[in-house]
Design a binder for this molecule. Structure first.
Ligand SMILES: Cc1cc2nc3c(=O)[nH]c(=O)nc-3n(C[C@H](O)[C@H](O)[C@H](O)COP(=O)(O)OP(=O)(O)OC[C@H]3O[C@@H](n4cnc5c(N)ncnc54)[C@H](O)[C@@H]3O)c2cc1C
Length: 295
């Protein structure tokens, strides 16, 4: 099946999309968006210097029609999601978003009902647009550097004025081997200081549930879950977090989950390997003391 990847030159995201294309047994073509060296090797490689779907859409749909691509792979990031929907409409193609699984018989999986269910779809005929959820496919390591042919972009409809990186201290959540996450049960932004102390002793990072982010206690970049970051640490502490399915969707590959919650019926205890039923204000300082003694 003739496959086209549309993505920026980010090697990890590209690597995941290349892995998906290989499940379909294809060497994909690519349209790389924006600037930067393109890692990997492809059938044909094109470049559109603009990462905004509103500007790149016409050139993309033109190329896809001309070349007859049957499968268009994007990542379920802000860039990919911004392009995928309007592109599918231009092509009159169906779209499946946030895909979490793909098999070589063209069965495609994605989550439903706040990640409580998995739905399977079968592709009958192309073209089909897929956005692939981050971290569900092992990234292919991309060797070498591909030359690209520039595709002309139509009139600019949106202009990117500025990109502002979120301030971040310490280890990035996605790389941390230990994560201490606080939920609404933490009770206030200042109370996160104790979770910071605990994470620092464990050389880990601090995450948050959407409950804590909605309260303004932690920045949106700290949110873990279906609409936040996907993490897979060795140890994951869920403190004052109820364990909603949308939160659990972000930690399905965490090895050892430890829950601290004063409600013994909280859903998080169904996911946790170890659980402490109690007030975190007692449990966390006690853990910190033990950690200090053992360092
Ligand atoms: C489309 C959609 C997407 C979503 N995406 C996400 C997502 O990506 N990530 C996410 O996290 N959520 C997400 N949510 C929200 C999710 O459904 C829950 O509302 C949210 O996870 C709840 O956050 P919480 O566990 O912090 O808060 P709560 O559900 O309010 O739980 C707080 C917990 O703290 C406990 N507690 C209270 N005080 C203490 C104390 N002193 N000591 C110990 N425990 C205490 C309570 O017993 C309770 O279990 C999404 C929802 C929707 C609809």
């Amino acid at each position: 099946m003739k496959t086209l990847i549309v993505e920026t030159a980010n090697p990890k995201i590209l690597g995941e999309l290349v892995s998906v294309s290989r499940i379909f047994g294809e060497t994909p073509d690519i349209v790389v968006l924006g600037l930067g060296d393109l890692p990997g090797s492809y059938g044909e490689a094109y470049r559109i210097s603009d990462t905004l779907g509103a500007n790149a859409g016409a050139a993309l749909s033109e190329l896809i029609r001309q070349k007859g691509y049957e499968l268009i792979l994007l990542s379920a990031t802000a860039v990919g999601s911004g392009i995928a929907g309007p592109l599918a409409v231009r092509l009159g193609a169906p779209i499946l978003s946030e895909v979490t699984g793909v098999t070589d018989d063209l069965t495609i999986e994605r989550a439903l009902y706040g990640s409580k269910a998995v739905a399977r779809y079968k592709m009958e005929s192309g073209p089909l647009v897929l956005t692939i959820k981050r971290k569900y496919f092992e990234a292919t390591v991309l060797e070498g550097k591909a030359e690209t042919v520039d595709l002309p972009v139509g009139p600019q409809k949106l202009e990117l004025l500025e990109e502002i990186e979120e301030e971040h201290r310490g280890i990035p959540l996605e790389d941390a081997e230990v994560i201490v996450t606080g939920g609404r049960g933490i009770g206030g932004g200042d109370n996160f200081a104790t979770l910071n102390d605990m994470a620092a002793l464990l050389n880990g990072a601090v995450g948050a549930t959407r409950g804590a982010v909605d309260e303004g206690w932690m920045p949106p970049g700290a949110q873990i879950g279906q609409t936040g970051k996907i993490v897979a640490p060795s140890v994951y502490f869920a403190v004052g977090a109820s364990g909603a399915s949308q939160h659990l969707a972000g930690i399905s590959n965490a090895k050892c989950v430890v829950a601290i919650n004063k409600d013994n019926e909280a859903n998080i205890f169904k996911r946790a390997r170890f659980g402490i039923v109690g007030d975190y204000k007692k449990a966390v300082p006690a853990l910190i003391n033990i950690l200090k003694e053992s360092v």
